[in-house]
Design a protein around this ligand. Structure first.
Ligand code: ADP
Ligand code: MG
Length: 351
């Protein structure tokens, strides 16, 4: 087990795409670290550069005590699970799991023993003689996991390992993988474009955009205090309200209404300054009656979220959303008021 450290890591592909732009990142030993970002932001490149499958253009990669920047993939002691599992179709489960050990010249008896042990741990014991084509997607995914575990690497690297599973299996696999990682205590970098997956699984996470890391933090930090409007818009199952605002005395003018300055911005604003006011729909209450600092308008959309509803209010042509508990939801066309929580609202200057 080992910590991972990236120092000024840069990757420019032939042709000039700067996929990683001088990234600095420290992942402590044993951490489950999620790397989150939209398609094309550089997640796979980061993982492949860590594994040594891509050569860094600049900067360095340190795993444990060792600078591995110039070292071949096989000597880096990390194990990677790819999105498509990359199982060998002509080999059975045992041989697939044992393959990396064969490459490491581990003897046959020991390989078989290890494959059986890891296979049993992942609930594959009845399937060890089958080929990948005879397994479900979820079972194939477990074989890919077992193969990684059998190697006893210093770190596990996962590139969107759950994205080929259907929704229910994916939730199961999430819990399973997280539990397994806890038990093994192996430093893990988990790439996903699914913010819910990252929030659910990670000890800490980084949000990437266009080759840059935009924020690093625990899921709670990133959810409650996104560092900029990019992260604010990307994190959360309902997007944060991000509204143009102007400072007017001790209030903010937002969508033609006056709301109190958020607690987090007290004493930090300049009269007349323009900024972006951010508040999550989950931290915005809806009411049919006005309250001080609430935004009044007409309900345009009511979406069912299951135990709650997402209500969109048109406030002077600006859409403001609130999550409303089941039973309290208004009807489309109703007049209503959205009251953001002052202790949860944020302001941004990067909008
Ligand atoms: P992600 O995994 O976040 O979707 P990638 O790391 O695959 O992103 O890609 C990051 C950027 O690098 C993208 O603009 C992509 O088109 C580019 N890219 C990825 N692989 C190559 C390659 N082999 N050659 C040239 N450009 C590449
Ligand atoms: Mg990718």
């Amino acid at each position: 087990m080992a910590a991972i450290e990236l120092r000024g890591l840069t990757k420019v592909y032939p042709g000039g795409v700067k996929a990683l732009d001088s990234l600095d990142l420290v992942i402590p030993d044993g951490e489950f670290f999620a790397l989150l970002g939209p398609s094309g932001c550089g997640k796979t490149t980061l993982l492949r550069t860590l594994a040594g499958l891509e050569t860094a253009t600049g900067g360095s990669v340190v795993i444990g005590e060792r600078d591995v920047t110039g070292i071949q993939p096989g000597a880096r002691d990390v194990a990677m699970v790819f999105q498509d599992y990359a199982l060998f179709p002509h080999m059975n489960v045992t041989d697939n799991i044992a393959y990396p050990l064969r490459i490491k010249k581990v003897g046959k008896a020991e390989r078989q023993r290890k494959a059986a042990e890891v296979g049993a741990r992942l609930g594959l014991d009845q399937l060890m003689d089958r080929r990948p084509g005879q397994l479900s997607g979820g079972q194939q995914q477990r074989v890919a996991l077992a193969r990684v575990m059998a190697t006893q690497a210093q770190a596990f690297l996962f590139d969107e390992p759950l994205s080929n599973l259907d929704a229910r299996l994916r939730l199961e696999a999430r819990t399973f993988l997280k539990k397994l990682q806890r038990e093994l205590g192996v430093t893990t970098v988990f790439v996903t474009h699914d913010q819910a997956e990252a929030l659910a699984m990670a000890d800490r996470m980084a949000i990437m955009e266009a080759g840059h890391i935009r924020q690093i933090g625990t899921p709670a930090e990133v959810f409650q205090r996104p560092a900029n409007t990019f992260v604010a818009a990307f994190i959360g199952s309902t997007p944060m309200n991000l509204l143009d605002a102007a400072v007017r005395g001790d209030t903010l003018e937002v969508a033609g209404c006056k709301v109190p300055v958020p607690v987090s911005a007290e004493g930090l604003l300049t009269e007349g300054e323009r900024l972006v006011y951010g508040v999550r729909p989950e931290y915005t209450t809806y009411s049919a009656e006005p309250a001080e600092g609430s935004l009044g308008g007409r309900v345009s959309i009511v979406e069912n979220l299951g135990a709650s509803h997402l209500v969109t209010l048109e406030v002077n042509d600006v859409a403001v959303q609130a999550v409303v508990p089941e039973g309290d939801e208004p009807a489309v066309g109703d007049e209503g008021f959205a009251a953001p929580r002052r202790d949860r609202a944020l302001v941004y200057r990067d909008g």
